[in-house]
Design a protein around this ligand. Sequence first.
Ligand code: C5P
Length: 428
Amino acid sequence: MRIVLGVGGGIAAYKAASLLRLFTEAGHDVTVIPTDASTRFVGVATWEALSGHPVSNSVFDDVHTVNHVRLGHEAELIVVAPATADLLARAATGQANDLLTNTLLMAGGPVLMAPAMHTEMWRHQATQANVETLRSRGITVLEPDSGRLTGADSGPGRLPEPAAIFAAAMALAESSGIPGGPERAAASGPAGPTASGPAPLAGIRVTISAGGTREPLDPVRFLGNRSSGKQGVALAAAARDAGANVRLLAAHMDVPAPEGVDVVRVETALELRQAALRASAESDVIIMAAAVADFRPAETSATKIKKRDDTADPVISLVRNPDILKELVEVRDTASRNQLIVGFAAETGDADGGVLEYAEAKLRRKGCDLLVVNQVGRDEVFGQDTNSVVILARSGSEPQEASGSKSDVAAAVIDRVSAELSRVQPPG
Ligand code: C5P
């Protein structure tokens, strides 16, 4: 596959060298177009040596080959990494003031942009509006990773890891039907579902909550639950591998967040609610896999509650937390948003009804589109590596069973999500 790799002027430009290696080692023919600014971080000689092609960033080099038109025309895939705030702005406004932006305007195939910048720049309304514009034109703009940035600061804005960009690029090529693209990469490129599998969620924004909330009693104590976050993390990885832009709202988890997803850390149900409502407007799919505390202490002591012999033992009174899932459905319906919402339920049967009966009632009560139900009771589910679920749909279609590792279950849920999306919005 003929790939153009655009490199923007940020410190993360050095990571584009690893990305270039992944492409070339997978047998792809890559022409690198660095911006002027980026050559202050990584020089032209590096790109020429690694790509085996001459490298220019000027529309006035090799004019006889009409480079500014030819490169975009011939590229089967264009990947821009890192995409700086400036580059996103220039692409969104259709500027053509260097070879890379000319090439983007001439693009005949799919374009993937991997942003990297400081958190404030990424969150700025101007950047978000540019990203929105680019996405509305069919360009895949990945969510940046969260973590340590250039200075002491950290937050969303890191360039996704080269392997994740590679996987997203291959998935995009596959979903765009580029002949000989990902198949060639799969033969020799890094392993991973997206290197060879389809990308049913390319360009889809998926928000997933995971883990258990912690409700503070005082600065050292909290009410928590046994959720490990494993199922939510597996869902995030499965959605990422299906090509989605994933945001993980991570409450307390025993496992690390997967690479290549945007992570927002939360502690309490109220923090999760705020993060979920904020993410809602930018999500095509929301999956609430977090174990949200139904109650929180009515009061949180600012100082450690003391053991005292001269007073009665403290009594903790609780108040109800808002039902976030239900609220997300209400917000979606009020805003007439086209959004798929998935809930989870841990149910037990009793003398009055079976697990599925209770789950169906919950599906109706919450109003979500899909409810993934697991049977709890013994030591299954929480913290375990395997799971067995039934997926119920509001549309009334047959309940679907899935079991195996939490990754298997996640893949089944993500498959079902893609099927529901294509039912609601047929491709094209
Ligand atoms: O009502 P129940 O806790 O059984 O519902 C589970 C589902 O609802 C999960 O998807 C969970 O993430 C979500 N939930 C919520 N807000 C709550 C409680 C649960 O969003 N306060």
